[in-house]
Design a protein around this ligand. Structure first.
Ligand SMILES: [Zn+2]
Ligand SMILES: [Zn+2]
Length: 338
């Protein structure tokens, strides 16, 4: 069975479940663990059957619930090494050790946890849940922000004491590294990661292939470079960013610098740029085209839809393209490809 279930898409959180054969992958964990599980239940997906989490990049809307979710399910997380490093630094900004030292510490902690788990056969779940909740990245980031307040500010001694006593907040059940441009497998799903232009350490999009069905996810990219266009061919499903309407962004509420960032070549794809791709470089083969990562401040679903529909209407295979808009606040119904 091949299935693509968008749980959330947008600047408040991104997450999708990709199913192929007997394997289920959570792509990004941008919602809290609790909300991820709630949306999976709404969409008819069972969190307990997930085999792995895979991360596109370290921005908060893609990793917000990562540590808690991976620990709760006891499943591996796939990153590029640079993205993993950026995520660790984001979680532990006060850490005074090299990355190599940190890896060594993780190995030791993993061995200790394994020994503890073997020693105690029951009662682990509750303890793990509480511990994991303590390390919600948002809470950690807020605590870090308080502790990193400028010189002269009142020191927050209690917070510092708690931070020292906590185990490593970036601990995960298992970490697997992949590289953009090097395809690999997770169970029954072949994964092809490709580099995307975005202001993160090592951001990627993915093509997933299972049982002959090809699905691509390309959001969070400032423009459409040739390597991305080359990946988005012969697909059965394409999820493409359609982030903003240019006029709404220019006239909208964002500060000038944020507007420049969104508009830049490492920002986000506009409705027009997405439509240009769909009209000119896209081969028109996907049965489903999902528009994702729509801005709530600088876009309207109808503007994104009209731009994409107009572009797709130039393809002879229009009837084969079913256009779907992903939402921020609710999951899409699962899309079945076989
Ligand atoms: Zn991003
Ligand atoms: Zn994003």
């Amino acid at each position: 069975m091949v299935r693509f279930t968008v749980l959330a898409s947008g600047s408040k959180g991104n997450s999708t479940v990709v199913t192929g054969g007997h394997t289920r992958i959570l792509v990004d964990a941008g919602l809290s663990c609790r909300e991820l599980f709630r949306r999976m239940a709404l969409a008819g997906e069972d969190p307990a059957t997930l085999d792995a989490v895979i991360i596109t990049h370290e921005h908060q809307d893609h990793i917000n619930g990562l540590a808690v979710t991976a620990r709760k399910l006891g499943i591996p997380v796939y990153f590029t090494e640079a993205t993993h490093r950026a995520w660790v630094r984001w979680l532990t900004p006060r850490r005074q050790m090299t990355y190599a030292q940190w890896l060594e510490q993780c190995r030791k902690q993993a061995a200790e946890r394994q020994a503890e788990a073997q020693a105690a056969e029951c009662g682990c779940d509750d303890a793990e849940t509480e511990t994991a909740a303590d390390f919600d990245p948002v809470i950690s980031a807020e605590a870090a922000a308080v502790e990193a307040s400028p010189a002269g500010a009142t020191p927050k001694a209690p917070d510092a004491r708690i931070a020292r006593e906590k185990p490593d907040p970036s601990w995960l059940p298992a970490v697997e590294f992949f590289e953009a441009g090097r395809p690999f497998r997770i169970g029954d799903i072949a994964v092809s990661p490709f580099t995307i232009p975005h202001d993160a350490s090592d951001p990627v999009g993915f093509v997933f292939e299972a049982e002959g069905a090809r699905m691509a996810l390309a959001t969070d990219l400032g423009y459409m470079p040739p390597n991305v266009k080359a990946q988005l061919k012969k697909l059965d499903l394409l999820m493409l960013e359609s982030n903003h309407d240019l006029e709404m962004l220019r006239d909208g509420p964002y500060p000038w610098q944020v507007k420049q960032r969104v508009l830049s070549r490492v920002g986000h794809l506009s409705n027009d740029t997405a439509a240009d791709f769909l009209e000119s470089a896209y081969d028109g083969q996907a049965t489903y085209v999902i528009l994702g990562h729509l801005s709530e401040s600088n876009n309207l679903p109808e503007l994104a839809r009209v731009a994409a529909e107009r572009a797709l209407s130039n393809h002879a295979s229009l009837l084969a393209n079913r256009l779907v808009l992903a939402a921020q606040d609710e999951p899409l119904s699962p899309i079945h490809l076989s």
